[in-house]
Design a protein around this ligand. Structure first.
Ligand SMILES: [Zn+2]
Length: 251
């Protein structure tokens, strides 16, 4: 690290759990952020400010006026532009020393597999079950840790699916692919603005800890936030031995 980096990351380096060694792990790391909206904005901004050396942002949407109430990586003047590119500009303004790649595309299974294989951690910041399951399948196949967040109305949830060992549940163990869920997109439902900040920032915290191998993670637990009462609930989640996504993978 040069003098400028020692100053920029000094409040991390001062932490015994991180130090220069942990910060260097972040600088050498690659995080894949799927979705540059309400969750992806704060998550990616903290990954960038914290010095994750390579960040890849994936989003095929464009910035809309209705996004700006909560998607804090975007600005009024960038309405109409690619969300991935708009977020890339914000991240590089925060930290010009890292490499940020903006992919303005809807990624299919093959593309996801390649992107996930190249990442040290994957953040699911999307708002639909089809993409969530596609991201999970890619992470199971490549054995990459997945940090998953979701927010709707005044409710949030976050968990980590640490698929490196083959012992932890995957997203589909918890939310089976064939189960019919009400796929309520934020594009049509109300979302209390700060909750995506709360959950997105926690996704960044979990991702950074995973990249540095610091502390424990949310693997095996689902945290649920009732934002109206501001109460957290933690429930244990286990593997589904019959999960069609991960059960065959580890046998
Ligand atoms: Zn599973």
């Amino acid at each position: 690290m040069n003098d400028s980096q020692l100053l920029r990351y000094s409040r991390h380096i001062l932490l015994d759990e991180i130090g220069i060694e942990g910060q260097q792990k972040l600088l050498a790391a690659h995080a894949l952020v799927i979705g540059a909206g309400g969750l992806g904005s704060p998550a990616a901004m903290y990954l960038a400010s914290a010095g994750v050396g390579r960040i890849t942002l994936v989003d095929n949407d464009t910035v809309d006026l209705t996004n700006l109430q909560r998607q804090i990586a975007h600005t009024t003047e960038r309405v109409g532009q690619s969300k991935a590119e708009s977020a890339r500009i914000t991240l590089q303004q925060i930290n010009p020393e890292i490499t940020v790649t903006a992919l303005n595309e809807r990624v299919g299974d093959a593309r996801l597999a390649a992107l996930v294989a190249d990442a040290g951690v994957v953040l699911d910041c999307t708002d639909n079950f089809a993409t969530r399951h596609a991201v999970n399948r890619a992470c199971v196949a490549a054995r990459k840790p997945l940090v998953s967040g979701a927010v709707i109305r005044f409710d949030g949830q976050i968990s980590v699916f640490d698929l490196r060992s083959g012992e932890q549940p995957c997203y589909s163990c918890l939310f089976p692919q064939d189960q019919k869920f009400e796929d309520v997109a934020c594009s049509t439902m109300g979302v209390f603005a700060p909750l995506v900040g709360v959950v997105g920032a926690m996704q960044a915290a979990e991702a950074l800890k995973l990249l540095m191998d610091v502390g424990g993670s949310l693997a095996g637990r689902l945290l649920m936030l009732d934002g109206l009462r501001m109460e957290w609930t933690s429930i244990a989640v286990g593997r589904n031995g019959a999960c069609p996504v991960c059960a065959a993978q580890t046998k």
